[in-house]
Design a protein around this ligand. Structure first.
Ligand SMILES: Cc1cc2nc3c(=O)[nH]c(=O)nc-3n(C[C@H](O)[C@H](O)[C@H](O)COP(=O)(O)OP(=O)(O)OC[C@H]3O[C@@H](n4cnc5c(N)ncnc54)[C@H](O)[C@@H]3O)c2cc1C
Length: 399
């Protein structure tokens, strides 16, 4: 008899982590990925401590990521006019994580390492240029229809993980609502090799910079600074992406006699949405297919990786350990609750604070941050929350 197999739609972080965890346990997996090759675009760039702890299950992957990234021991809350408001030392998390820092490293580097590890396992298959079009399920199987290199193809498995991103064809095919809203403004991310650290006093590698008119986030990855700006809804895509507008925004952040050299620019819509169900029969949703949020706090990719570890551990118990499939409902209870109570709530609060316009509310928030930073116990509690340790503990506590 053939061993039970798992189909996975999407080779992003959530799909690849799930695939590797399942394949390492000996479960045959087939990953269907729309792109023909690994995409090296500007997306998430922060690995939170518990994500690195979890990735240790895959041997030296955290170490290899570290070798390609930068360790950010401190994070800062700044204000455009006032400079540093509060700095947090992640070393305060020692004893609560084996990685008491944020690792600044592009998400495609994780995808590359996961793909490499997957390719060494004979019962794992990654089919590129394979777009999932639809899903049907019976009592004991799932059938995925996909277009593989232009040809309609059917794949059958025992379970399916929909990790095919925000516009998930799996989620849509199952008719699962994606509840929430889309922000009116779009977010612009530009990257430049300009050495901001030599010009902005005491800059750390992770900086959230509030401003009533134009807040921004300044994040370092190896060799580059990434700057994230909100853009007003009335600006057209052409205006936002034009060299002149980008130059004006960067000059507004730090005036320089010479123009900035911009290496990448990306404009994207931002949403706060959560799938009404994470499980429907033999199909499970993970990562952006299940929940999306704004990038303030760097929780999107990390949350997707946390989903993938939670889900794959339960699927292994069901497929190999004889556990009842109802265990998979616990995955939904745990990860959907955390997506609502932590990831979605925290990222919305982060956005509200960084863009606050009312002077009294801004001043109060800055005072709160200063008070937290001055108190090690309060700082530790703040860091447990911002580094997603609390969210994982909350999920563990849900039966
Ligand atoms: C422009 C941009 C910038 C971002 N910046 C940040 C950031 O700064 N910080 C942060 O934390 N998060 C950021 N995010 C979010 C972060 O990248 C995601 O949360 C993360 O990629 C989620 O991983 P995932 O595996 O769930 O989905 P994805 O990484 O989106 O992977 C889904 C995969 O499925 C594939 N796919 C899609 N449809 C199909 C289909 N029908 N059939 C087969 N395959 C399919 C896609 O090609 C993709 O490879 C950003 C996202 C975007 C789009």
């Amino acid at each position: 008899m053939k061993p039970p197999s798992v189909l996975i739609a999407g080779a992003g972080p959530a799909g690849l982590v799930s695939a590797l965890a399942l394949a390492r346990a000996g479960i045959p997996v087939t990953v269907l990925e729309r792109a023909a090759d690994l995409v090296q675009d500007l997306r998430a760039s922060t690995f939170h401590p518990p994500t690195l702890d979890l990735l240790e299950q895959f041997g030296d992957i955290p170490e290899r990521l570290k070798a390609q990234g930068l360790i950010a021991r401190h994070t800062q809350q700044r204000d455009r006019r006032e400079g540093v408001i509060a700095e947090f030392d992640m070393a305060l998390l020692e004893g609560q994580t084996r990685h008491p820092y944020r690792l600044q490293c592009e998400q495609w580097k994780l995808a590359r390492l996961l793909r490499e590890a997957l390719s060494a396992l004979p019962h794992a298959r990654l089919v590129a240029d394979a777009t999932v079009d639809g899903v049907e399920q019976g009592a004991d199987h799932v059938v995925v229809t996909a277009t593989v290199q232009g040809e309609a193809t059917r794949f059958q498995g025992d379970w399916l993980i929909g990790a095919d991103g925000a516009w998930s064809a799996v989620r849509q095919s199952l008719g699962i609502e994606f509840e929430g809203f889309t922000y009116p403004e779009r977010f612009l991310v530009v990257s430049t090799a300009f050495p901001f650290e030599l010009h902005l006093p005491r800059l750390s590698w992770v900086n959230y910079i509030s401003d009533p008119d134009e807040w921004c986030v300044l994040l370092r990855v190896p060799g580059l600074w990434r700057v994230l700006f909100p853009t007003p809804p009335q600006e057209t895509d052409e205006e936002v992406m034009s060299g002149l507008t980008i130059e004006r925004r960067l000059q507004g952040l730090l005036a320089q006699p010479r123009p900035y050299e911009v290496v990448h620019r990306t404009l994207y819509k931002v949403h706060q949405r959560i799938a009404r169900q994470f499980r429907k029969g033999r199909v499970l949703l993970a990562g952006d297919a299940a929940h999306i949020n704004n990038p303030l706090g760097g929780m999107g990719m990390n949350g997707g990786v946390h989903d993938a570890f939670n889900l794959s551990a339960k699927l292994i118990e069901v497929v190999q350990g004889g556990a009842d499939a109802a265990l998979l409902d616990r995955y939904e209870r745990q990860r959907r609750t955390v997506a609502i109570e932590y990831v979605n709530a925290d990222t919305q609060r982060n956005k509200k604070n960084i863009e606050e316009r009312d002077p009294a509310t801004r001043a109060r928030h800055h005072d709160e941050l200063r008070a937290i930073a001055a108190d090690p116990a309060a700082s530790r509690a703040y860091l447990r929350k911002t580094s997603m340790l609390d969210a994982l503990a909350r999920a563990d506590g849900i039966a």
